[in-house]
Design a protein around this ligand. Sequence first.
Ligand code: AHR
Length: 500
Amino acid sequence: HTARFIIDPEFSIADVDRRLYGSFVEHMGRCVYTGIHDPEHPTADEAGFRGDVADLVRELGTGLVRYPGGNFVSGYHWEDGVGPLAERPRRLDLAWRSIETNQVGTNEFLGWAKGLGLEPMMAVNLGTRGIDAARALVEYCNHPGGTAWSDLRIKHGVADPHGVKLWCLGNEMDGPWQTGHKTATEYGRLAAEAGKAMRQVDPSIELVACGSSNSTMPTFGTWEREVLEQTYDEVDYLSLHAYYEELDGDRASFLASGAHMDRYISDVVSTADHVRAVRHAKKRIRLSFDEWNVWYAARFPGERNLETAETPRLIEDTYSVTDAVVVGSLLITLLRHADRVAVACLAQLVNVIAPIRTEPGGASWRQTIFHPFAQAARFATGRVLRTEINGSRIDTDRHGDVTALDAVVTHDETDGSLTVLAVNRAQDRPLKLEAALRGLPGGYRLEQHLVLTDDDHDAVNTEAEPNRVVPRPATGAHVTPDGVLEAELAPVSWNVIRLV
Ligand code: AHR
């Protein structure tokens, strides 16, 4: 079983933007409270943010973080989350039937993100609210001073504007579960006018319109077209969301989830470019894949069945080796589309379907999916090169015939290094990888081959055994004298191969 491709720096797709290594912090479950923020924790800073989690976020290498939702944002009054802590109201959060204490809000979050060097991506409420609340929030965050909203921020102790550049116009507004759910026409008009007013406050901001909540929505395709017909001149990006899980024991299809994501991206690009053609527009809409991950959603009881509680444990999925390999494959897919996908957020960051898990006041640890993300963010830099993969194939029920190998290559011109990210989707056999180096100076050698795999494809990391699944050095990979990288990839494995 062999898979082959060519590595040629002339076949370059786009630069790797740090925004592709984004994540997501929602006021949901324990992502914020006892996740990133836990004043009782021994490592907490003055603002109550956990130092151990901050260290893990740094190690994860995320470049951007979306906030505060998610479904939560569609009922959120951002004014509740600013000003003196003691005066902040406790509210019923309709999205997750939780009590929101508002002890973390805009200034705390943006201060935390800034301290970690993360670019914030803020969402405005277009569910229960509209143009006025949205433009007031932009003014509060970004206006230097001398107006009521900006002076209020200064009074709240933040003298310098936050300078938030990237803004989401609502969240999943096509979903019937969303508070303030809208038709494409209703949403498109509101998003266009809210976006216009927000830009009137700060012309330098960038705007993301909501695409479909996922590609199986009955309105998928028409929603994108209608929303863009209304918003094309105002927005820069259109959003995509996708969560994958193993269904009916069909692991082969689950391992091929990247094929689904690939088609989803292509379909949204085609729809956006159709609107572009009809409008004779020059501008190209880029995509913001602002929620993606593995999520065992079939196990979730559904919002309406939740008990009302403060900081409940919601969707704290424990991830396996197989899940990490799928996450790796999804990362590869996003990188392969780096010419059109500008932003991507692994949803979410801590506890809630997250790479990082914590216990209140206690331990924090890396889930299996932490590792492919951290390695890609660290090593896959520079330019993405096009890879045309040939060879061994797998037939799947949900996604048809796919290559056993999923791979992408990045070329960092600053030091000439090449990084191959590669997944073997086969469950029962190793895969021989052969990649011919072309148009590159001779003398490349293997720096390292790291692999994440396990004989038990269901192995997980837990608080008791946090390092059961970690990337380990693999042996045998080499570059032949005539410039062919040869490596063997274990079944169900995520691999990082570095050539220098
Ligand atoms: O990430 C969990 C939820 O999934 C988000 O709140 C929502 O946008 C999506 O449906």
